[in-house]
Ligand binder design. Structure first.
Ligand SMILES: Cc1cc2nc3c(=O)[nH]c(=O)nc-3n(C[C@H](O)[C@H](O)[C@H](O)COP(=O)(O)OP(=O)(O)OC[C@H]3O[C@@H](n4cnc5c(N)ncnc54)[C@H](O)[C@@H]3O)c2cc1C
Length: 398
């Protein structure tokens, strides 16, 4: 087996979390290889818009800055949002969160998914990357055995040996399944529709979220006057919305936003994603560790999925580098347990918060919807609810 088939760490999955993991581990001095079954992300083209956008939290922006990825994102297309307006019954009775209230420049930044991937991919430099090939299976080392490397079988017939396999292969993670790691999962009876549009009367730099009985609808400001929406709707309503032509879809959006944002003009294609909550019971096995959606998937109403994945990456690199620098076995169960403990606690907290918001605003439980209907004054007096909503709005405070 040649040196090219051996590395410290094999990252499987070149989604936003996997590519950032590969880059961060490489920059921390580990020898890394990345395998992605799809193609590399297309280079940024200002004429093209990715309908998948993320509300990037401050903690994620700091990680991307440290890795040298943020400048390329900022130079291409980025939109800070300074305010977020949240309402259920009537826009004027809702809540307005403002970054200025907590002395921040922004609550977060809206960035297209492809742009994050492309900017991070660009920084990989000479890191060995295999694209267009699947990892078919992984054989993990026997605990205490002589061979300390796991063996990955790759679709093109090659093998790759690695001390540690980082599974960043998404919520359906085949590697998680092969490693025998169970999950707690339930499907929300909702789909999230994403699309882009313009709003005639939306104040610049403000995101909006309306909690409808059929699910939350978010408007996220993009850099050039467009907005991106994430409309989570009951399955039947989502099917109706997807079947509408652009004019009728724009009319449905105007009605759903109670005409509070002026005339809506729909732009381009719509796509839809099934929604689920998923949490892995364990984040590691000997020689394998989960990051990103492979470890946890979350309802998009809080815009936190990728942010949690980036926080996983930051923690994993810190733990592995600290073990290595202290002369300990960095791929040991002890090091991986430290990562798992730290990230499980933080991820479970956000999963519970988001699921609580979903249930609180759902049609079955009137709770928070009713409270929001009472208006800002009342909600301001109900500290826990305000805090819950503030956490959700302030992606930038993480
Ligand atoms: C509608 C919607 C809106 C969202 N909005 C936000 C938001 O505002 N903010 C936010 O932080 N998050 C948001 N999220 C969540 C975010 O999309 C996910 O958390 C994020 O994509 C997870 O990234 P990942 O890299 O872990 O997984 P994925 O993006 O699923 O990437 C997994 C990669 O692994 C590859 N792969 C899989 N199996 C193999 C294999 N065997 N061999 C090789 N490669 C393989 C796949 O091709 C894929 O590229 C949203 C999600 C949805 C559905």
């Amino acid at each position: 087996m040649s040196r090219a088939d051996r590395c410290d760490i094999a990252v499987v999955g070149g989604g936003p979390v996997g590519v950032v993991a590969a880059l961060a581990l490489h920059q921390a001095g580990f020898s890394v290889q990345l395998v992605e079954q799809g193609g590399p992300p297309p280079p940024f083209d200002p004429a093209q818009y990715d309908s998948r956008v993320y509300a990037v939290a401050a903690s994620s922006a700091r990680l991307l800055e440290r890795l040298g990825v943020w400048p390329a994102i900022a130079a291409a297309r980025i939109s800070p949002y300074r305010q977020m307006q949240v309402w259920a019954r009537a826009a004027e009775l809702g809540l307005l969160f403002d970054a200025a209230d907590s002395g921040q420049a922004a609550l977060g930044w809206i960035v297209e998914q492809d742009l994050i991937r492309a900017a991070a991919w660009q920084r990989l430099g000479d890191l060995p990357v295999r694209t267009g090939v699947q990892v078919l299976s992984v054989q993990l080392p026997e605990p205490g055995g002589d061979d300390t490397h796991g063996v990955l079988q790759i679709g093109n017939g090659e093998q790759l040996r690695a001390r540690l396999v980082v599974a960043a292969d998404g919520a359906d993670s085949p590697l998680r399944e092969q490693a025998g790691i169970d999950t707690v999962t339930w499907r929300y009876a909702q789909r999230a529709i994403v699309a882009q549009l313009t709003l005639a009367e939306a104040p610049a730099g403000r995101a909006f979220q309306r909690f409808l009985e059929t699910g939350p609808l978010a408007f996220l400001p993009l850099a050039d006057g467009r907005h991106s929406i994430v409309w989570s709707a009951d399955t039947a309503r989502a099917a109706e919305l997807l079947a509408l032509d652009d004019r009728a879809f724009a009319a449905a959006l105007a009605e759903a936003s109670q005409h509070a944002l002026g005339e809506v003009t729909a732009l381009g294609a719509r796509s839809a994603f099934p929604l689920r909550l998923l949490h892995a019971r364990d984040y590691h096995r000997d020689g394998l560790v989960l990051v990103g959606d492979a470890a946890h998937a979350i309802h998009p109403l809080a815009g936190q999925g990728a942010n949690l994945g980036f926080a996983d990456v930051a923690e994993l690199v810190t733990v592995l580098a600290a073990a290595r620098d202290a002369g300990r076995d960095w791929a040991s169960a002890r090091a991986l347990s430290a990562y798992s403990r730290a990230r499980k606690a933080a991820n479970l907290e956000m999963l519970a918060l988001t699921d609580g918001l979903y249930r609180g605003f759902g049609s079955a439980l009137p709770g928070l919807r009713e409270v929001l209907g009472l208006g800002l004054e009342t909600v301001n007096r109900i500290a826990p609810i305000k805090a819950l909503l503030a956490r959700q709005a302030a992606a930038g405070s993480g």
